[in-house]
Unconditional design. Structure first.
Length: 105
C-alpha cells in the first residue's frame, strides 16, 4: 500500500491532478467537515458495496478518514478487490486540519 501526506495531497489538488478522493468516515463525520471526496463508509466497503467506484479500479484513489486508521483498512480491502493505485492519507483529516485548517482548496 502507498501512503501520501496531506502536503502532497494538497499539491495534487491545487495542480488539478486527476485522482479520486474516497472518504470512509461515517456520514455525521463527513457532514461536519470534508475535503470533497466520494463518501463511502468503511462498513459499506467491507460489505462489498463498492459499485459506485468499480470504474476506478485503474485510477488513482486516495483514501482518507479521521486519523488514517480506517483508511488503511479500506485501502487494503480495495487492493484485494483489484484496485491497482490506492493510497492512504497519512494522519487523515486530523492531519489536514492541523496543517490547513478547515479549508480544502
Amino acid at each position: 500500500m502507498k501512503h501520501i501526506t496531506v502536503e502532497e495531497l494538497k499539491i495534487k489538488m491545487e495542480d488539478g491532478i486527476k485522482m479520486h478522493l474516497l472518504d470512509v468516515r461515517e456520514l455525521s463525520e463527513y457532514e461536519e467537515f470534508n475535503i470533497g471526496g466520494i463518501h463511502i463508509p468503511l462498513g459499506k466497503i467491507q460489505s462489498f458495496q463498492i459499485e459506485d467506484i468499480d470504474e476506478f479500479k485503474d485510477d488513482e484513489i486516495i483514501i482518507h478518514c479521521r486519523s488514517g486508521i480506517r483508511s488503511v483498512t479500506a485501502a487494503l480491502f480495495l487492493e484485494m478487490q483489484g484496485f491497482k493505485n490506492v493510497s492512504n492519507l497519512l494522519g487523515g483529516l486530523v492531519a489536514w486540519q492541523e496543517k490547513f485548517g478547515n479549508t480544502f482548496s
